[in-house]
Design a protein around this ligand. Structure first.
Ligand code: UD1
Ligand code: MG
Length: 451
């Protein structure tokens, strides 16, 4: 059955105390909005409609980063969840198939749950996702009769008896799209909040002779984010899930609780991740690579057999081929290293290509920025870059070339050449001892004078 996703994301999120629209706050370096879209991706929706309001432009831009084909509709005034869904009417009124409503601030709905809702639609015209709440607080309550849902009552409108119900409304709802819009037209706002409640839909369906049902999920899945504290709590849940998933797919995490993941981190089987490693967005690490302690990676690819760190920083555009070695206090940015290349100590390599089996000595820096423009450094295969070489880009070093330690390389070095670019050394016979004596004499005189 074709499905159209309607994602509610118009709310302000006052309790976040933030300039940023709530759904753009991040978990695992991805906005909440993307997490909700990722949940829905499991049922491959044919259409995706985002209902935006507060910060609509930013929300729309973020949604399009995830998928350029989303529709964004505007809810200029937040008059309630039914009113929000109704903003998708123009886009979806003629859609043949189901509508699935998710909240943009509810990131953990699982694929199995959406699958179960889809299955339940064979039995019921309207399916609502409910959960047993440990503390039902102000959630809407589901009034059920056997496995049919009679109605949903909002906390504000509920009697004492209804408030005693612990089966709560998650807000997720599925129904045939045309039916949903027909029923939405009947929703009024005569209630305690003066809002158009989406929760009126099950009762309206039943009044129209249709059935409504409930699918249950765990409370953890329906966790919604309303405050910074809840966001932090959700991040912790997300991180432990990512760690668990890495372990289950054959990644060795030596100290799982100290490794920080992004939502899109991909680690191959038999990778070893040492303690205190941070994966920013856009990292893939292939089978058998090792990321040593205290390394920070983002926007990079590490091929099999490579070793990175400890204390390495891989920035966006870093591409490490097989068996590359990156050592401590090395920063790489927009750099491609071919098979077996090594940068082992205290270096900055930016906007560079390094050929196979080349060795970059300690303290080497690509001087890639002249204050205005960025320039490329190209190093061939089997090059030996002496320690503390400054490579003033743009510059090229041919295959099998060498630079002397301490060189400032400003011109290209042809293949097989040795480049020496430092002052020639002079030795003065016996001068060291004479100089020492002179200095000691100065020190003694100063001590005497100060008594
Ligand atoms: C809603 C449900 C309640 C349920 C709870 C679960 C209704 C009437 N109540 O209550 O039964 O237990 O969620 O968390 O549906 N939104 C808009 N436009 C609006 C109003 C809301 O886009 O005009 C969005 C919000 O940004 C949010 C979601 O819809 O993502 C839910 O709105 P919220 O105000 O949090 O509803 P609750 O009062 O929590
Ligand atoms: Mg809410």
């Amino acid at each position: 059955m074709a499905t159209a996703l309607i994602l509610l994301a118009a709310g302000k999120g006052t309790r976040m105390q933030s300039e940023l629209p709530k759904v753009l706050h991040e978990i695992g370096n991805a906005p909440l909005l993307h997490h909700a879209m990722m949940s829905a991706a499991s049922i491959a929706p044919e259409r995706q409609v985002i209902v935006a309001g507060h910060g609509a432009e930013e929300v729309a831009a973020a949604a399009r980063v995830y998928d350029a084909d989303v529709d964004v509709v505007l809810q200029t005034e937040q008059l309630g969840t039914a009113h929000a869904v109704d903003q998708a009417r123009n886009v979806l009124e003629d859609f043949d198939g189901d509508a699935l409503v998710l909240y943009g601030d509810t990131p953990f709905i699982q694929p199995e749950t959406l699958e179960a809702m889809r299955a339940a639609r064979a039995k019921h015209a309207v399916v609502v996702l409910g959960f047993e709440a440990a503390d039902p607080a102000r959630y809407g309550r589901l009034v059920t009769q056997g496995d049919t849902l009679e109605r949903i009552v909002e906390y504000k409108d509920a009697s004492e008896q209804e408030r005693a119900i612990t089966l709560c409304n998650s807000g997720v709802i599925a129904a045939d799209c045309k039916t949903l819009f027909k029923l939405l037209a009947e929703v009024g706002n005569d209630n305690a909040a003066g809002e158009y409640y989406l929760t009126d839909i099950p009762a309206l369906a039943r009044a129209a002779g249709l059935s409504a049902g409930v699918v249950r999920c765990s409370e953890a899945e329906t966790l919604g984010i309303n405050s910074r504290a809840e966001l932090a709590q959700a991040e912790a849940i997300f991180q432990s899930r990512m760690r668990r998933n890495a372990l289950d797919t054959g990644v060795a995490l030596q100290s799982p609780d100290t490794v920080h993941f992004s939502a899109d981190t991909v680690l191959g089987r038999d990778c070893v991740i040492e303690p205190n490693v941070v994966f920013g967005p856009g990292v893939t690490v292939e089978t058998g690579a090792r990321i040593r302690a205290f390394s920070h990676l983002e926007g990079c690819h590490v091929a099999r057999g490579a070793i990175v760190g400890p204390y390495a920083r891989l920035r966006p555009g870093t591409e490490l081929s097989e068996d590359v070695k990156i050592g401590n206090f090395v920063e790489l940015k927009n750099a491609t290293l071919a098979e077996g290349a090594k940068v082992n100590h205290l270096s900055y390599i930016g906007d560079a290509k390094i050929g196979a089996a080349s060795n970059v000595g300690a303290g080497t820096i690509t001087c890639n920025y002249d204050g205005v423009l960025k320039h490329q450094t190209e190093i061939g295969a089997r090059v030996f870059v002496g320690s503390n070489t400054m490579l003033v880009a743009p510059v090229k070093l041919g295959d099998d070339a060498m630079t002397a330690s301490g060189s400032v390389i400003t011109r290209d070095v042809p293949a097989t050449d040795l480049a020496l670019a430092r002052a020639r050394q002079e030795n003065k016979t016996g001068l060291a001892v004479k100089l020492f004596e002179k200095l000691k004499a100065i020190k003694e005189k100063r001590q005497k004078d100060s008594i």
